[in-house]
Design a protein around this ligand. Sequence first.
Ligand code: DGJ
Length: 749
Amino acid sequence: MILFDEKTGIFHLRNAYQSYVFQLVRGRYLLHRYWGRPLREFRDSYPLQPVDRAFSPQPNAYENERTFSLDVLPREYPDAGHVDYRIPAYAVELENGTTATELFYKSHTVTKGKPELTGLPQTYAAEGECETLCIRLEDAKKRLAVTLCYTMFADCSILTRSALFENIGTEAIILTNAASFALDFSDHAFDRMILFGGHAAERSLERVPLTRGVCSAESRRGASSHQMSPFLALARKNTDEHKGEVYGFSLLWSGEFALKTEVEQFGTTRVVGGIQPIGFRWRLGVKEKFQTPEAMLAFSAEGLNGMSQAFHEAVRHHIVRGKYRDAVRPILVNNWEATYFDFDEEKMDRLAACARDLGLELMVLDDGWFGKRNDDNSSLGDIFVNREKLKGGLSAIAESAHKRGLKFGLWFEPEMISIDSKLYHAHPDWILRAPDYPVSFGRHQLVLDLTRAEVRDYIVTSVNHILHEEAIDYVKWDFNRHITDAFSAQMPSVHQGEVKTRYVLGLYDILERITRANPDVLFESCSGGGGRFDAGMLYYMPQTWTSDDTDAIQRLSIQSGTSFVFPPITMGAHVSVVPNHQVGRVTPMQTRAFAAMMGCYGYELDITRMDYRERETVKRHVALYKKIRETMQLGRFYRILTPFDEVKNETAWEFVSKDGREVVVLYFKILAQPAAQLRAVKLTKLDADARYEITHEELAQGLSVDGAGNPQMHLVGRTFYGDELMERGIGVAKIDTDFAAYLWVLKKK
Ligand code: DGJ
């Protein structure tokens, strides 16, 4: 519900989970007043205090009112270079070199539903599911108009924000900063949480006390990146997974970004987030518009899991689209770690036969099927099949999968080009490249200039051609280097500061056209693993390859970190061979399987080389997963223990089915310890009064046994009330082995 009180100027945006309040002051300025638990009514028990603060200037109209300065007031969308010294939400340069603008309130509208943002990924909802407030601000000198949009959803603790810039003057304006949102908290008693990482080590959680000055979680890589996720949270000190307040921010943007905090002189905290301003210069001609990406703002009074629930709800029901939105995902086998570039039709046929035998459902042919690609030196851009390697073409491999009842999937990396390719010889100017300087390489490849319409058309036509000619059910869309030398040969110099942003908009145009033309295909995005795991990509492709690191133990932290924003159904997770190809670790098959079951389950190893025992184990895991995957993929997910906790040695995840009738619990203990503490896993969000039967239990291999050879803790068939399972927990049998994993299935009686 969105309320506006004309007398007080209060805008109160409210749903069952949160209230967000700001105020129109003096008919001009938007001041932030409150965000937190839902309030019945905002009557202003803690009014703004007029204080004369030295060295905080007054706007011209209030020269004699020294207690009125925008430098000390909590603001909704602060300008730059005028009266407020804190970090701005936007900045411009006018033709005369001025950077000052002043935005004043002009009008507002409240509508049911949510207007579309052209060309961008966005949250969507039916009319009855949300309300949108749009506030138009205009520059006092009639040069610039900015429309701030706020959408409050009814079914989750999410508010989305974005800003639309419009040149309403007579001269061009250069936008040098255009954040999606900003707001000021009245204190700074927070911990700052970010998800940082690197290739094959994505999304580790860092939680540190919020410090004075400016901190920025950002990417300058042209993509959302492995190194930093487009996510920020401010948590109260006592907040843990299950209790306490936390404010989360996530961007629907796959390009570079900045999420900044500033704790200023009087102890307040400003948060600003959106496209990375460094290097951003967008020339807005007269009457032209620029739409910022959308940001999701989540509030939780129920700890970090509460924040994640809000994000998961938004991602699953208001971002992901298409046939697979609410559908369980097929169990796949991918040939990358099985064969790398060394495959042929015969090998793929053996893989298909084995996959069928194991009960798998989708076979994916990864990199190396096109051009003359047999290593990563050539052929990107040549999106046609390598007939020397695959004599029967893709059809023969698709056929070998389909005749066995498997779906068939194919890898693409359409945004890239190799110098050794037909495409490069035909169009050497189709790349991003700084003029006069030699090109820079990443994995021997260059980045296509997606700001050019003809490049986008080439990609759409060639990918669609393959998807229409061949029977392809799944696509893995990869992106294996970041952007450097962001210069486009066809763009006038005054527009070069737009290239990185236009690249991402160009990508979105391509993705919209391809996914729309192929509604039955399941798309998985990838960027050397999870280098572009963001809410923007999920608008087009419902799942993402979480990391190139397939080691089960690394995955405990990568997947736990990813789950702060993204639900398990969005995370590709595969069982791979041991010793693991990334870290050399040897873990039991059960541990690898249980870690992978957390996400969209699959295998990425040469299954044809497994011995009888391994094959039987895989069959058992696959059969088990098919029984519980609906709960794991479509239910609710909670972190119980993670490697980010003080005790770093354990992880426990809980999945509750949509109707609450089935609960799946996974527990991992990383290293066995002498004199180990005996433990129980305390469940959460069960029905305290209901009884739950433990119907299935898989305990760690190498488990301690009693005198009769039975595991020391054996609970199958026992029934417990929800309160006991939450307060006392499920006892974990003592473990005498490293890398142990347990699984329990509970059914509500
Ligand atoms: C990076 C991906 O993350 C891998 O899974 C694989 O597809 C390779 N690229 C292929 O080049």
